[in-house]
Design a protein around this ligand. Structure first.
Ligand SMILES: *[C@@H]1O[C@H](CO)[C@@H](O)[C@H](O)[C@H]1NC(C)=O
Ligand SMILES: *[C@@H]1O[C@H](CO)[C@@H](O)[C@H](O)[C@H]1NC(C)=O
Length: 432
């Protein structure tokens, strides 16, 4: 079977706007998985061809300035070599589609991947044909996978067949499609402290799919090559509550059946996060014959608890060890640095000898601990501040722990002074 994948890579976006709706135009590349290419050696071979995806009639906020937007003009002469997907979205709202409108102005790269799609249990056919478009915007939490269904072109109007895809073109030379199902997410990645709760966002929209169709939502966790099911829900869009079946594989995971049915909200809540919850979450929504996915990364970040080994540091004649302990943090990477600030300086300097690090210890809950042991030479001048700086992903700014070096002479000096005063007073008394 011929496999065609289209990868659309947005170089720029333009749009035409009128009366609160706009067209979003993604400039793309069509990638076909090799047919008769790279058959040897096993690796998939791809060929790239420029392609374009136009979303018609995307709703725009009324306060939107439309002046900066340039119109999309279909080619004056239809060209069977051009791959121009035209998708009507008026039937299905693309949540947050305005992100696509602004990506161009904000110089954000739009990633878009389209592949030939076969509805479950059906042969790849050309009428209607299906495509899956996966779109995300760099640096913005916008991600969606849409299923496009080709709109039948009246035979008398279709004089041209698209060369690569073998599908009839509209009069303006576009492949007319309609968005019939989409799955989206507002987040690509989320960082949560240990024992915290999180909502992993996933939603879907559909058009012209009978409500009696079964909806199946599955959340899976993928980590280090291992996969496991988190939760699964089976229901119908016209379902009564008790028609819903939920399999909660991870304890403390939940989905709201009413939200699934009413709002197409397939988000999952995970309670009391553990280190073992870290990984890639895949939300798969199947509706009737169609299914699409979204992927969200979950990170656990737990800041270290930092302490110094001593509360008081008094110089002696021999070198002494001062330790800085970082405990119970996640993930593994933590940096520790020693600085010193002598009373005569204004800026701290890096301690010449950075001491030695203990090996990482991992606790039962998966968190780590690490210590740095600094050897403080007797030559350090009293009044010097020794600082341990800890940097870790879970800390907004590095953490400073410091201790001031005290001189033992301070004590004997006061003893000596006290003794002197008493002696003087004594002799004064004796002499008078
Ligand atoms: C789902 O509902 C939650 C509140 O329960 C909300 O925070 C979230 O944005 C919703 N997600 C979608 C995709 O609608
Ligand atoms: C940090 O360590 C101190 C001293 O060992 C302890 O009293 C405190 O409870 C710890 N804090 C956390 C958040 O673990």
């Amino acid at each position: 079977m011929m496999m065609i994948a289209v990868i659309l890579f947005g170089y720029f976006l333009t749009c035409v706007c009128a009366d609160g709706v706009a067209d979003v135009v993604l400039s793309c590349a069509l990638v076909e998985e090799g047919v008769g290419l790279g058959g040897m050696g096993g690796g998939a071979a791809f060929t790239r061809t420029p392609a374009t995806l136009v979303f018609r009639d995307v709703a725009v906020a009324p306060d939107e300035s439309l002046e900066t937007l340039t119109p999309f003009v279909p080619p004056s002469v239809p060209d069977p070599d051009l791959i121009l997907f035209e998708a009507k979205v008026s039937s299905v709202e693309i949540p947050n589609a305005d992100v696509l409108l602004h990506a161009d102005c904000n110089e954000q790269e739009v990633m878009c991947e389209i592949s030939r799609y076969s509805p479950r249990g059906s042969e790849e056919s050309s009428d209607p044909a299906y495509f899956m478009a996966s779109i995300s915007v760099d640096g913005v939490d916008f991600s969606t996978s849409l299923i496009l269904q080709t709109v039948t072109v009246e035979k008398e109007h279709s004089t041209l067949i698209q060369n690569k895809l073998g599908l009839p073109l509209s009069q303006s030379g576009t492949l007319l499609t309609e968005v019939i199902f989409l799955v989206f997410s507002h987040i690509k990645s989320v960082s949560v402290p240990l024992r915290g709760d999180v909502l992993l966002n996933c939603g879907f929209r559909q058009h012209a799919v009978p409500l009696s169709q079964e909806v199946n939502i599955e959340w899976r966790l993928q980590h280090r090559g291992k996969g496991q099911k988190v939760i699964e829900m089976k229901t119908r869009l016209d379902a009564a509550e008790d028609d819903t079946v939920v399999h909660e594989e991870r304890r403390g995971s939940s989905m709201d059946a009413a939200q699934v049915v009413r709002e197409g909200n397939a988000s999952v809540t995970l309670n009391k996060l553990k280190v073992s919850d870290v990984g890639t979450y895949i939300c798969t929504v199947s509706l009737g014959l169609f299914h699409a996915q979204q992927v969200i990364q979950l990170h656990i970040i737990q800041p270290p608890n930092v302490s110094l080994s001593q509360e008081k540091f008094v110089l002696t004649k021999s070198p002494q060890t001062l330790s800085c302990h970082c405990s119970k943090y996640y993930p593994l990477d933590a940096q520790m640095e020693w600085l010193s600030l002598s009373p005569t300086d204004t800026e701290p300097v890096v301690f010449p000898d950075q001491g030695s690090l203990s090996s990482h210890r991992q606790h039962g809950d998966g968190t780590f601990s690490l210590s740095s042991h600094l050897t403080v030479p007797p030559s350090v001048s009293p009044g010097t501040k020794i600082i341990c700086i800890v940097s870790h992903r879970a800390l907004d700014a590095p953490l400073y722990m410091s201790i001031v070096v005290e001189s033992p002479e301070t004590d004997s000096y006061w003893w000596f002074l006290g003794f002197l005063i008493i002696t003087v007073l004594f002799f004064y008394q004796v002499m008078r």
